[in-house]
Design a protein around this ligand. Structure first.
Ligand code: SF4
Length: 294
């Protein structure tokens, strides 16, 4: 098990064996993202990846700890050639007989390079879930944050992943448009896109100004205004009101969020909105700025 640079994974993958198949992010231009700024993107040679899998097989075998989940790092494993991804999936399921699921981040642009048949083949070979960073459904905002795709392309990527049978987990970013009317436009466009994309899971994270990012510099120069905790709660409320995906596993419990929320839609919508309203009345229920992301 060898890793290059800092390794990131979705919070729900804490039990997964992390296998690095690509290093960094093939896009690496989003204005708010600091995750892979230290890495030059490249795809690891298949021989190295296979060696890692064998090493992990021996290691976990010695410990008597079966591997049940694998997460393919880094930021966009889906960019690999389909035949290489299929070979990795086959090797993983051969090496770990108790393996139940393999998951990965999927970049929207890389997803669109795959045909629906290729995505289905990956699903059939055991790629179970993909995480797609949508961030916003607002076309102008996607352009502004340099996401690399427009809203129609983002929607197409998500629909393609879902229709291939993959368990689609989408992340969006509260606060991405700043306060005021842009905030409302961002949330309404995001809800509209989610209602068409129909992911199975949706996580709403809250924007933080990361040092070393373009957005972090805009904040430092006073050119971009972060939203307050109250505004973040209002965005969450507006999003919940306008989502009509059924069923939807909704989470807003990331370290960046001001109020941890988790539930199923539509059945938990009212309870989550009531929790938001309570926190808007009593600010002590919200995480402090210091408590966020600790
Ligand atoms: S695509 Fe994802 S990992 Fe890559 S720069 Fe954008 S947010 Fe970061």
């Amino acid at each position: 098990m060898r890793y290059e640079g800092n390794i990131f994974r979705p919070p729900g993958e804490w039990r997964s064996y992390l296998l690095q198949v690509t290093v960094g992010c093939s896009h690496n231009k989003c204005t708010f993202c600091s995750m892979y700024k230290d890495k030059r993107f490249h795809i690891r040679p298949l021989t190295d990846i296979f060696e890692d899998i064998e090493m992990a097989g021996e290691y976990h075998g010695r410990l008597g700890r079966p591997v049940k989940r694998v997460f393919l790092c880094d930021g966009d494993a889906i960019i690999m050639k389909t035949d290489q991804l299929l070979a990795i999936l086959n090797k993983l399921y051969d090496t770990f007989p108790m393996l139940e699921r393999v998951t990965a981040y999927a970049g929207p642009r890389s997803t669109l390079t795959k045909t629906p048949e290729e995505l289905k083949a990956l699903r059939e070979a055991g790629l179970y879930r993909v995480y797609l960073g949508v961030e916003t459904g607002d076309d102008a905002l996607l352009h502004q944050i340099k996401k690399g795709v427009d809203a129609a392309e983002m929607l197409e990527a998500g629909v393609r992943l879902r229709e291939a049978g993959l368990d689609l987990w989408v992340m969006v970013l509260l606060g991405l448009a700043g306060p005021g009317e842009p905030s409302r436009r961002h949330i309404l466009a995001t809800a509209k896109m989610m209602n068409e994309m129909k992911p199975r899971h949706l996580s709403a994270l809250t924007l933080m100004a990361e040092p070393g990012t373009e957005l972090g510099e805009q904040v430092a120069r006073g050119e971009f205004q972060l939203i307050t905790g109250e505004e973040a709660l209002m965005e969450t409320r507006l999003l919940l009101e306008h989502l009509d995906v059924d069923p939807l596993h909704f989470t807003c419990d990331h370290a960046s969020n001001y109020l941890p929320l988790k539930g199923g839609l539509p059945e938990d919508r009212d309870a989550m909105i009531a929790a938001i309203d309570r926190a808007l009345q009593d600010k002590d229920l919200m995480r402090s700025e210091y408590g966020r992301a600790l």
